[in-house]
Design a protein around this ligand. Structure first.
Ligand code: ADP
Length: 393
């Protein structure tokens, strides 16, 4: 067997999965968490179930050695052929997945100003893994790469040219692996060649973004320079008037750091509802009459419906609107509310199909004669494994 270890390294946690890409199976997966707290721990899920244990110290390198041990003790270590790393920001330098060399590490470092919260953690993961698995090829798979096919009129902000040219201020887009995976899968499910397909893909998880994908290539997306732009998210505001920064600074005395914190961590579903960033909880509270939860749901769905319509502009034709991510795959309520506002495009829901298509089910949720809306469960780890294999082939 030739297994690929997929790593997704955050600032305080490290998610991993061991995949057999040719038959699309996950042999083992897990999470090293609380990496800088008193009791860091490793949770591993395999065929036998879930096991949790303490890690012998703090930090990413210790976590990586813990993962190595977990593989060794299960007799899997020898079967690992390569390592695929999720990297959030590849700037304009990385248009596709790339084998990691010292030069590539330096170029990922050069993208840190574009993703100061994410790229440093991704780099920690890369360094730790290269130390733990020195004999294996490592590949970086970028969240932004899939969107590098956007044309300038979609990625440029109406800002002075020098900000783009000298400082890289433009729209990059994120969730690329997910949008790429679900659009490929949708083309397969519908039996149409990817090169001739036209999809709008809505990835709705804790972070949310929507992408227009024409012929298998991203032509527009809702996230921008950072993952803050666009849709309403769990704790992120999505689109706001850029004048809000100055307003908050001048009238409330907030620093730039505090404004960034409010927009990233205290806004979105959480900010609107005053209750939670979790869609399940908001659905329950809204059903019980909680006004904040109801408003949060309405704003979330209305913003999303507006964006679906907008993303049809560059496509010309629509083969399907795709819902994915924790909310997209499970919330029939959100899907119903969104399609209910898209009568202008002819969308009509098929309620039973919509209610049934949850928990990992894929399939259509629209009525006969309506444009198609599909639920397609995402699998970012598998996409990263495929990309890793392709780069090394
Ligand atoms: P991440 O972006 O962190 O990977 P997920 O894709 O798992 O997150 O999505 C998390 C979101 O999905 C949360 O808002 C969660 O409430 C929502 N979600 C998961 N299951 C359901 C469900 N059955 N109904 C509604 N929302 C759900």
């Amino acid at each position: 067997m030739s297994l690929i270890l997929v790593l997704n390294c955050g600032s305080s946690s490290l998610k991993f999965a061991l995949l057999e890409p040719s038959n699309q199976s996950t042999v083992l997966s897990g999470l090293a968490e609380k990496l800088f707290e008193d009791e860091p721990r490793l949770i591993v899920t395999d065929g036998e179930g879930k096991q949790a244990g303490p890690l012998p110290g703090q930090g990413h390198a210790v976590a990586m050695r813990g993962i190595l041990e977990a593989l060794r003790s299960r007799g899997l270590l020898e079967q690992v052929s390569s390592v695929g790393h999720r990297v959030v920001h590849g700037g304009e330098r990385f248009r596709q997945a790339t084998r990691i060399t010292p030069e590539v590490v330096a170029q990922i470092e050069a993208c840190v100003p574009l993703a100061p919260l994410h790229n440093p953690a991704n780099l920690e993961g890369i360094r730790g893994a290269m130390e733990a698995f020195p004999g294996l090829p490592h590949v970086a798979v970028f969240d932004t790469a899939f969107h590098q096919t956007m044309p300038p009129h979609a990625y440029r902000y109406a800002l002075p040219e020098v900000l783009y040219r000298e400082h890289g201020v433009r729209r990059y887009g994120f969730h690329g692996t997910s949008h790429q995976y679900v659009t490929r899968r949708a083309a397969e499910l519908l039996g149409i060649p990817l090169e001739h397909s036209a999809f709008v893909s809505a990835h709705l998880g804790n972070g949310c973004s929507i992408t227009a994908v024409k012929g298998g290539r991203s032509v527009d997306t809702s996230m921008g320079l950072t993952p803050l732009e666009g849709l309403v998210m769990g704790t992120r505001s999505g689109d706001v008037d850029p004048g809000i920064h100055a307003f908050l600074a001048e009238n409330l005395g907030l620093s730039l750091r505090e404004v960034t914190e409010v927009l990233n961590k205290g806004s979105g579903l959480l900010g609107l509802s005053g209750l939670s960033n979790d869609m399940r909880e908001l659905e329950r509270a809204a059903a019980e009459g909680h006004a904040g939860a109801r408003l949060a749901l309405e704003v979330f769905c209305y913003r999303l419906a507006k964006y679906v319509a907008a993303m049809c502009v560059p496509l010309g034709r629509l083969d399907a609107l795709i819902f994915t991510g924790g909310i997209g795959e499970n919330s029939s309520l959100v899907r119903e509310k969104v399609l209910g506002q898209l009568g202008i495009l002819g969308f009509r829901l098929e309620p039973e199909q919509n209610a049934r298509t949850v928990r990992g089910q894929a399939g259509p949720i629209t009525a006969e004669g309506s444009p198609l809306a599909l639920v397609v469960p995402t699998n970012e780890e598998l996409m990263i494994a495929w990309e890793t294999r392709a780069v090394l082939a």
